[in-house]
Design a protein around this ligand. Structure first.
Ligand SMILES: Nc1ncnc2c1ncn2[C@@H]1O[C@H](COP(=O)(O)OP(=O)(O)O)[C@@H](O)[C@H]1O
Ligand SMILES: [Mg+2]
Length: 218
């Protein structure tokens, strides 16, 4: 029997340093305070297996990971994550917040690395079983500010601090491509995406987030 309440899946996307993790933590607290059961998660690394895949992606042991292996590892992480974490939580009526989801593969592996977009879409479809976010927040920020923020993050404390993202080391043109690709896919699905300008303060950006999620949770 269909459950009466299906939860909601909200995904956080954007270039490194745009504020995804920061805004997700704030939204998690905001929703929990309002009585929602919130499941914060991430890709890659939202499961025990996913954490192993994440560490393999960051350091495969032979220098950079082959782009095709990378594409398939993201798909494997997602296949497990969707079935073991996201779907069960949605079926229990929970609000799932995911720090990146399949749009990141479309953008990084498809647009930026150049894998055929039809293939990437098929892999995404296979990995997700057709699951789509109810809402995708795209934090849009210029690449330079994003990179500055990630360098600052490296100086801080906490789980992400010690390990700046490997992708930070890509050239500026790569990040520019990623930003442009995100905006392009957002424009194609305006009902799912909300583009949030992310150059303001943490508080200013969070106010924009709150505005965008109101309708969804009413
Ligand atoms: N609006 C903001 N203004 C200034 N610094 C920010 C802002 N949002 C996040 N930061 C800081 O920038 C760094 C990157 O933010 P983070 O949320 O980790 O980005 P992402 O998860 O998208 O890579 C962190 O050190 C964070 O504290
Ligand atoms: Mg992050």
């Amino acid at each position: 029997m269909e459950t009466m309440t299906r939860g909601k899946l909200i995904t956080f996307e954007g270039i490194d340093g745009c504020g995804k993790s920061t805004q997700m933590r704030l939204l998690e607290r905001y929703l929990a305070e309002r009585g929602f059961t919130v499941v914060p998660t991430r890709e890659p690394g939202g499961t025990v297996l996913g954490k192993k895949i994440r560490s393999a992606l960051l350091d495969g042991g032979e220098g950079s990971v082959e782009p095709l292996a990378e594409l398939l590892l993201y798909a494997a992480d997602r296949a497990h994550h969707v079935r073991r974490v996201i779907m069960p939580a949605l079926n229990e009526g929970k609000v799932v917040l995911s720090d990146r989801f399949y749009d990141a593969t479309t953008v990084y592996q498809g647009y930026a690395r150049g894998f055929d977009l039809t293939l990437v879409n098929q892999l995404n479809e296979l990995a997700t079983g057709g699951l789509k976010p109810d809402l995708t927040l795209l934090f849009d920020l210029d690449v330079e500010t994003g990179l500055k923020r990630t360098l600052k993050r490296g100086a801080g404390t906490g789980a992400e601090a010690a390990q700046p993202d490997r992708l930070d080391q890509e050239p500026m043109t790569f990040h520019e491509q990623v930003r442009a690709a995100y905006l392009e896919i957002a424009a194609r699905e305006p009902q799912r995406f909300r583009v949030i300008p992310a150059a303001g303060s943490v508080e200013e950006t969070f106010e924009l987030v709150i505005k965008e999620i109101q309708n969804l949770l009413n």
